[in-house]
Ligand binder design. Structure first.
Ligand SMILES: NC(=O)c1ccc[n+]([C@@H]2O[C@H](COP(=O)([O-])OP(=O)(O)OC[C@H]3O[C@@H](n4cnc5c(N)ncnc54)[C@H](OP(=O)(O)O)[C@@H]3O)[C@@H](O)[C@H]2O)c1
Length: 260
């Protein structure tokens, strides 16, 4: 792994050591959340992968675009988060499972007063989710569902009968991104990570609640008509981000941008 940005006096040395795999501790330091003011606010980062030509999926999955290092960073970002917010379609297509407790991050999580693994919060309007899946029946920390006040009553009941907590974060059928961020923060889940998918991420961007994007640029091209990493209606004025860091491994660029 090589650090290409920020450039420091150590960059030359770091480049020489470029073939060395970074430890999980080094990755965790590199991706640490910013300090949040005592008891208030939340930081929402997204972690996504894209091909060179902008595809956020291939054959309905992100895995063909990914790499071993990308998955190590994916795991590290999860290990730093209080909550992983994910769209229902990604849960359905990617067969989401509960987050695991990782020995490598146990001390760091304990010091940050975090539970053994992040909470998974699934965003869904329909609640067409299989509540008998391990994501809902076997998590170390209970999986949450975020929905709107007008969600189908029988699906809300099905979730609750399965012991799944349903949080309302919107007045209509859907979730309001601003409320979702606030509702999670009120529960103390302030270090927030979204893993998409594109339809959900587009709404976070449009509502200006996305603070940071960790984007892995995969050295692949797919052509075709795959979704980009953010979809839905375009924003009126493109949202500006500034580069915070840039790492490279095996041709993958691991970028981190902060909203300005
Ligand atoms: N490149 C990457 O890093 C990456 C990351 C994640 C996923 N992906 C890929 O993206 C694809 C899936 O993404 P997607 O964009 O189609 O779907 P998605 O964003 O994962 O999920 C869309 C679903 O989320 C729920 N949802 C979204 N916004 C909502 C709101 N405001 N209120 C309530 N519910 C809301 C709805 O669920 P209901 O239908 O249940 O109402 C909606 O159908 C997969 O192919 C996956 O592999 C790529």
């Amino acid at each position: 792994m090589r650090r290409l940005f920020p450039v420091t006096d150590m960059t030359a040395h770091a480049t020489e050591a470029g073939d060395r795999e970074w430890s999980l501790d080094e990755l965790a330091d590199a991706y640490a959340y910013p300090e949040l003011p005592e008891g208030e606010g939340a930081w929402l980062r997204a972690n996504m992968v894209s091909s060179l030509d902008g595809a956020g999926q291939h054959d309905g999955r992100s895995q063909p675009l990914s790499s071993e290092t990308d998955m190590r960073i994916f795991g590290t970002l999860r290990a730093l988060a209080d909550v992983v917010v994910v769209g229902a379609e990604t849960v359905r297509l990617e067969g989401y499972r509960p987050a695991r407790a990782r020995e490598a991050f146990a001390a760091r999580r304990a010091a940050a007063e975090q539970g053994p693994a992040p909470v998974i919060a699934v965003v869904s309007a329909s609640l067409k989710l299989d509540f008998s899946l391990p994501l809902f029946t076997e998590p170390l920390v209970p999986t949450l569902v975020l929905t709107g006040a007008a969600a189908p009553a029988e699906r809300v009941r099905a979730a609750r009968e399965a012991g799944v907590e349903v949080l309302v974060a919107g007045d209509g059928a859907g979730v309001d991104p601003v409320r979702a961020k606030a509702v999670l923060a009120e529960r103390g889940l302030r270090r927030q990570l979204t893993e998409g998918g594109p339809r959900l991420l587009g709404q976070f961007v449009a509502a200006e609640v996305l603070d940071e994007l960790c984007l892995a640029v995969s050295p692949t091209m797919t052509a075709g008509d795959a979704q980009r990493i953010a979809g839905g209606p375009a924003v009126a004025v493109p949202t500006r981000f500034a580069v915070a860091s840039l790492l490279e491994q095996d041709g993958f660029l691991f970028t981190r941008y902060r909203r300005i």
